[in-house]
Design a protein. Structure first.
Length: 376
């Protein structure tokens, strides 16, 4: 849904009904992820894509039908056809589960508020019931902003609280996902499947050490959508001129800055100083924070010495196991630019449960569900 937020925002403000077709499940090498949507208004105008072209025509007609019938939401399943290469299906070999519903913005006015947050670049989540009792199908609630204010409702009972809690959790994690609720464990008596659409602020990449490798890494991080901070205690090196792609330059001792800044489950911490007086207090703190990635640059000898010093600081073994050191994947990287690719490749692999191996060497699905960090 939020991939077409600008258009949906305009349609909602105009109180214009539309049909929304959303990918709620994928299997195999589906072209686009869960949460991607197509919308069609009553004039037949369409926006978005869910398959890169394979099944768009069929989805468009289904949207038009749902708009005409004004009935209950519908489900459609699209997969690969071995018998007829021109049949409606996904030539990539994947399968899509698509949920199609009619949306009347006047009946769910909180959608205007949620979409307004998204187009303004502020965090928001929209929880959409895609499976469960018929009376609840297609209903939504929204969670807005850093204060996570809940607007709208999917039910007037305990299901609403359970859905809101899931939406808040996924907004904090910055991840769109489908979750199943039901039973006494989560306080929701009826089984529900809820797709939580999330638009979050950019994840953070904290780069410690104002070195040439940091300049290349800040550029790569920004390209990947991170909000990049470069921190170094030496003002002569930590300058905007040396790091034009960084969103923020901080002159401070690394551990002192990390103590006072905000991080979350998507934050990547990259320690490039390979100087013990900076590294040890910084890593001792970083390894105890709920962040997605902690990596440190240095040779294998430096790594072993670093582990020894961290153990002397009573850092537990389960915390040390989180440390990616030497930092990056084995790409044979030598230049700062190649090293930046190596580091960001490892960050991507960690977030998406990738192996880091060539795809030609492995079997099974190309795409995996992203990792939702659960840190204790």
């Amino acid at each position: 849904m939020l991939n077409i937020a600008d258009t949906l925002h305009r349609w909602c403000r105009e109180a214009r009904p539309f049909a929304l077709a959303t990918v709620v499940g994928v299997r195999g090498s589906a072209p686009l992820p869960v949460g991607t949507s197509v919308a069609v208004d009553e004039d037949g105008d369409a926006v978005g894509s869910i398959s890169g072209g394979c099944v768009e025509g069929q989805v468009y007609e289904l949207c038009r039908q749902v708009l005409r019938d004004r009935g209950a939401p519908q489900r459609a399943w699209f997969g690969y056809s071995d018998d007829d290469a021109f049949a409606i299906g996904l030539t990539c070999g994947g399968e899509l589960d698509v949920f199609v519903q009619r949306v009347d913005p006047t009946a769910q006015p909180h959608l205007v508020d949620a979409l307004d947050e998204v187009v303004q670049g502020r965090p928001a989540a929209v929880a959409q019931v895609v499976d469960g009792p018929e009376r609840l199908l297609g209903l939504t609630l929204s969670v807005l902003g850093a204060d996570q204010v809940v607007c709208g409702a999917v039910d007037d009972g305990p299901a609403n609280r359970a859905v809101a809690d899931q939406a808040r959790a996924l907004l904090r994690a910055g991840r769109t996902a489908r979750v199943d609720l039901g039973g006494t464990g989560d306080g929701c008596p009826e089984h529900l499947s809820v797709l939580v659409h999330v638009a979050a602020t950019r994840p953070r990449m904290l780069v410690f050490g104002a070195v040439d490798f940091a300049a290349a890494l800040s550029q790569a991080g920004r390209f990947l959508g991170y909000r990049v901070t470069v921190c170094d205690a030496r003002p002569v090196f930590a300058t905007a001129a040396r790091f034009p792609y960084a969103d923020e330059i901080v002159v401070d001792w690394p551990h002192r800055y990390l103590e006072r800044t905000s991080v979350d489950e998507r934050t990547a911490v990259c320690v490039l100083t390979h100087d013990a007086k900076f590294d040890i207090p910084l890593l001792r703190l970083a390894l105890d924070l709920p962040v997605a990635y902690v990596g440190a640059m240095g040779s294998r000898r430096t790594h072993e010495e670093r582990l020894r010093l961290l153990r002397e600081e009573d850092v537990a073994e389960d915390r040390l196991a989180r440390l990616r050191s030497p930092i990056g994947l084995d790409l044979g990287a030598r230049t700062p630019e190649e090293t930046a690719v190596s580091i960001t490749a490892e960050i991507i692999a960690e977030a998406n449960r990738g192996t880091g191996q060539p795809l030609t060497w492995i079997t099974g699905p190309i795409h995996r569900s992203p990792r939702l960090t659960s840190y204790r």
